[in-house]
Design a protein around this ligand. Structure first.
Ligand code: GLV
Ligand code: GLV
Length: 325
């Protein structure tokens, strides 16, 4: 009998058949307590887990004693207890490369939409309010030649810097734990402390993973450092920004606007006050969600799982160094 793999995201037929060649695949609608209970026997024997959007913690791992590899169809892996996985010698694979340009495009879309009030004015036109020549009430602010600050200069940060620098002639600031000389050379990016970045930037782009260190890293104190003409973009993980403090800053017009692809709670509750504010542009966590890139991520996810289950964890593995080979 083929070893068993659990799939908690839908795959196109060609990718599914690649898994089926070597593994007995059980598809479940989502990864949660109900589906685990329902398929307890399959979970007990499964060697692989592939999908996105479910919590993989000690409790789940206790129900999967045969598990050898998890493959998440995402770059972020905050839903995984990495220490617990490493302690059990389970590889954690992710998709850090294929989505870079698509997420950077999304971030530029949020920059442009929030500065130029694209969605707000679109609603205004569609509501039939364009009845005479536009005036200052419809004016917005420029993007080109402004200063863009990147918090978290990883692959996506660099792809944003490239667009901003060469597409829009922007000055690039960044804050990161370590210096990124390549970004300094290619985009004339200047590294600075977070406080200085917040004070100087016209656009602050948060592109950080969610960890104990980054949770609520942007709160009332940080927002207060921003210029009243500045815009905050968050496309990493929602809880990195204190949403209540952000709502307050937007309401008070302490900052000009915000562009958000991620929220503290997702889906963001329909009654959230944030959603009533005209100066915030929202997206439903679609940073990487194009047809092309979601296919590439699923393909990566399948290949990562197959590689890890055959003992290859040199590429796309989060905890490679912690695994006993
Ligand atoms: C999306 O948020 C991802 O982590 O890939
Ligand atoms: C992010 O890129 C960091 O170095 O903190």
């Amino acid at each position: 009998m083929k070893p068993s793999v659990i799939l908690y995201e839908s795959l196109p037929a060609d990718l599914l058949s690649r898994l089926n060649e070597q593994y007995q695949v059980t598809e479940i609608s989502a990864l949660n307590a109900e589906t685990v209970a329902e398929h307890a026997d399959v979970f007990r024997h499964a060697v692989g887990l592939l999908g996105s959007g479910g919590k993989v913690d000690q409790t789940l791992l206790d129900s999967m004693p045969a598990l050898k590899a998890c493959s998440t169809i995402s770059v972020g892996y905050d839903l995984f207890d990495v220490d617990a996985l490493s302690a059990r010698n389970i590889a954690l694979m992710h998709t850090p490369t294929v989505l870079t340009d698509t997420v950077a495009d999304t971030i530029m879309a949020l920059v442009l939409a929030s500065a130029r009030r694209v969605t707000e004015l679109d609603s205004w036109v569609k509501a039939g309010k364009w009845t005479k020549n536009i005036g200052p009430e419809q004016f917005s602010i420029d993007v080109h030649h402004k200063t863009l600050g990147i918090v978290g200069m990883g692959r996506i940060g660099k792809a944003v810097a490239q667009r901003a620098r060469f597409g829009f002639d922007m000055e690039i600031l960044y804050s990161a734990r370590s210096a990124h000389k390549d970004a300094e050379e290619r985009f004339s990016a200047t590294r600075c402390e977070l406080d200085e970045l917040l004070k100087k930037s016209d656009f602050v782009c948060i592109i950080l993973p969610l960890t104990d260190q980054t949770r609520h890293m942007i709160g009332a104190g940080q927002l207060a450092l921003m210029k009243s003409s500045a815009i905050l973009i968050n496309a990493g993980r929602g809880p990195v920004v204190d949403e209540q403090a952000l709502t307050h800053a937007l309401k008070e017009k302490a900052i000009y606007g915000a562009g958000l692809d991620v929220f503290e709670q997702e889906p963001v509750p329909a009654q959230a006050e944030l959603l009533t504010l005209p100066n915030v542009v929202t997206l439903p966590h679609v940073g990487s969600a194009t047809h092309e890139t979601r296919y590439a991520m699923k393909k990566d996810g399948v290949e990562n799982l197959l590689a890890a289950l055959s003992g290859q964890t040199d590429k796309n593995c989060v905890n490679s160094s912690a695994l006993k080979k």
